[in-house]
Design a protein around this ligand. Structure first.
Ligand code: SF4
Ligand SMILES: [Zn+2]
Ligand SMILES: [Zn+2]
Length: 327
């Protein structure tokens, strides 16, 4: 999280390059489409892709609550701005933004400020949940305590728990995440390389409702990371550029690099990876009757194991902690 978008490794556009749809100067090339776009056509096409994804992932959703996970970085800020715009025409839908403060000094406070500025400007309710209060520890503290462990492993697991619980507490019917096309392509490749079919099928966007788990949707699924960044800049959305000090140790970095290289050599690779995921999930759901998920015996949250990973990490980070964590 918080990493700068990939630089456009292609050369800067020569000055007279025009939009493929009009005479205006192009602001971006889209090699996977073989086209260039001006600011206006770029924004319209991005908004349309997001509108179609919300419609596809949340069909006929006209009443209820949508929670948006808002970190204050570019992706979740664009996801919130476009979700708020989409649901503005549906007064029976309430949008709530949820931020998690994992306790990462120097990184999280400015992103939370940006998140507050955005929710204020959009008039969206904003809730902040803090790991220190909810879990009794922070990412920074645990990173020192478990110096041999990559912090993203426990930080990501805990953030998912806090987001799910906060979304449940807000009465949310869906949880919007800011995952962009690059993020999702990397995750598909990571799970394929690891042979982790279970996790591949459980990835957002969720196709199957599971008790206790607010279904996750990813409206930016068809938007490359650099386009998310450009959209946020063109529309002046407040977001923070900071990078998490623990990000350098994330296993994802290797897959980020591989996906960039594949995309450079073969434009459209990211979309192909997502299509592969879709087809696998369809096959899987066609063959398998999804049963009710197991519950963690310590906290009661949905879990693929007897004790969920969030509780496992808490046990290691806080050896004295005992008893159920259920909320
Ligand atoms: S520790 Fe990892 S998962 Fe947590 S905020 Fe930093 S980069 Fe993201
Ligand atoms: Zn144009
Ligand atoms: Zn648990």
């Amino acid at each position: 999280m918080g990493r700068a978008p990939p630089s456009n490794s292609r050369q800067p556009l020569p000055v007279p390059v025009r939009c493929s749809s009009c005479e205006a100067p192009a602001v971006i090339d889209q090699p996977y489409r073989g086209s260039h776009a001006c600011a206006g056509h770029f924004s319209t096409s991005l908004e349309e892709r997001v509108r179609q994804e919300i419609h596809r992932q949340l069909p006929r959703f006209g009443r209820g609550t949508v929670a948006v996970a808002l970190s204050g970085g570019k992706d979740s800020s664009v996801a919130l701005a476009l979700a708020a715009r989409y649901f503005r025409r549906r007064p029976t839908v309430r949008v709530v933004a949820i931020s998690v403060d994992e306790g990462i000094a120097g990184y999280r406070p400015p992103t939370l400020k940006a998140a507050e500025a955005l929710t204020r400007s959009l008039g969206v309710e904003h809730r902040i949940v803090r790991a220190a209060e909810e879990l009794g520890t922070t990412t920074d503290a645990t990173a020192v305590e478990l110096a041999g462990t990559v912090p993203c492993s426990f930080c990501g697991v805990w953030r998912r728990r806090l987001l799910n619980r906060a979304a449940r507490a807000a009465g949310a019917d869906a949880l919007v995440l800011g995952f962009n096309l690059d993020d999702l392509a990397q995750t598909v490749l990571m799970n394929l390389v690891r042979g982790d079919l279970d996790r591949l099928v459980r990835m957002a966007p969720h196709r199957v409702r599971q008790p206790g788990l607010v279904p996750r949707v990813a409206p930016l699924a068809l938007v490359p990371e650099r386009e998310v960044y450009l959209y946020a800049r063109i529309h002046g959305l407040p977001f923070d550029h900071g990078e998490c000090p623990h990000a350098g140790r994330a296993a994802r970095n290797l897959f980020r690099e591989i996906v960039w290289r594949l995309e450079e050599a073969q434009p459209g690779t990211r979309q192909s990876l997502l299509r592969t995921h879709e087809r696998l999930v369809e096959r899987w759901l066609g063959d398998t009757e999804p049963g009710a998920p197991e519950r963690c015996r310590a906290c009661g949250d949905p879990s693929a194991h007897e004790v969920c990973r969030a509780c496992e990490y808490l046990r290691i980070a806080r050896p004295s902690s005992t008893g159920p964590e259920a909320s």
